[in-house]
Design a protein around this ligand. Structure first.
Ligand SMILES: Cc1cc2nc3c(=O)[nH]c(=O)nc-3n(C[C@H](O)[C@H](O)[C@H](O)COP(=O)(O)OP(=O)(O)OC[C@H]3O[C@@H](n4cnc5c(N)ncnc54)[C@H](O)[C@@H]3O)c2cc1C
Length: 265
């Protein structure tokens, strides 16, 4: 087995052309057998991608920035900081990278809902080169095999107020589900709503119909008890609870999110 430590994106792109190469970032999701069976492993820690920076009104996060670094760099009340605070443990957050989390996008991801709600984009190199929406990446992961994620970026600031919560058995457990809600207001009425549930059978669900129902309405005029009645979320049974139980938990967290955002107005 050979290890490579590319120092530039050009070098990385060349290495990605080779057969059977495998990227190692934080290494927290890579099983020992996977590394042992690999012929070529690309460790990306020497690339100049360990950054979190504000570029005008865009936040740019390099693929090798760790979750801890993101938490230290964004505003303390930023949606991603809320989500990362309850991800794994401090020693793990010091290793887990943004690129690894996004490329893996596991069912228990705390990143997925917030990045979808933020309309995040990914820069990739390799088989494909360019900028793609995270939603496109999730909807066709196979297309991105042979690519490396080099950056995650999204709009900074703005007037959207966000809520994030997750359900897990213990503080350090993998998330069974997450909910993310965001409202941007125009005066007293909702201009745009973002509602994403993850961890479900479809991996994630964007509640487009509910989002559309909010538009142009005052939060006070919305009956929260009926709000999510028509939403049919399906979950598989998990260690944290049966599928129907998790669907009910998701509904409760959505209601809590709505109440929190409405009362913050
Ligand atoms: C005990 C524990 C609990 C956890 N709980 C949660 C949780 O609740 N929520 C949550 O969101 N996460 C959680 N995580 C983190 C998550 O499961 C993964 O371990 C983590 O996201 C992987 O990131 P990494 O940088 O270590 O990637 P690696 O393990 O290095 O790589 C993961 C995969 O992505 C590929 N890869 C890595 N970087 C790139 C790149 N830049 N471009 C293309 N491909 C790449 C690798 O080849 C590999 O296939 C937990 C982890 C542990 C160990």
């Amino acid at each position: 087995m050979e290890w490579y430590f590319p120092k530039s994106l050009e070098e990385l792109a060349e290495l990605l052309k080779e057969e059977g190469v495998f990227i190692h970032a934080g290494g927290t999701a890579i099983k020992e057998e996977r590394i042992k069976s690999a012929k070529r492993v690309i460790d990306i820690s020497s690339l100049p991608l360990n950054y979190v920076k504000k570029d005008g009104d865009i936040w740019r996060i390099g693929a090798t920035a760790t979750l801890s670094r993101v938490m230290d760099s964004l505003e303390s009340d930023h949606l991603l900081v809320k989500a990362l605070k309850c991800t794994a443990t401090t020693p793990l957050r010091n290793r887990i990278t943004v690129g690894g989390s996004v490329f893996l996008s596991p069912l228990w991801s705390n990143f997925m809902g917030p990045l979808l709600a933020l309309d995040a984009k990914l820069n990739v190199v390799g088989k494909l080169n360019g900028t793609y929406s995270y939603e496109e990446f999730l909807s066709n992961k196979a297309k991105f095999q042979g690519c490396a994620v080099t950056e995650v970026n999204f709009q900074a600031g703005g007037s959207t107020c966000f809520f994030f919560d997750r359900f897990a058995r213990t503080a350090n457990d993998y998330s069974a589900l997450t909910v993310t809600l965001g409202f941007s207001m125009k005066g007293d009425v909702v201009d745009e709503a973002k509602i994403v549930v993850t961890g479900c059978k479809k991996v994630y669900e964007r509640l487009n119909a509910v989002e559309a129902g909010f538009k142009g309405k005052s939060l006070k005029a919305i009956d929260p008890d009926r709000l999510f009645d028509d939403v049919k979320l399906e979950f598989a049974d998990k260690p944290a609870g049966s599928g129907p139980y998790l669907a009910e938990v998701a509904r409760v967290l959505l209601m809590r999110g709505f109440d929190a955002l409405a009362s913050a107005r």
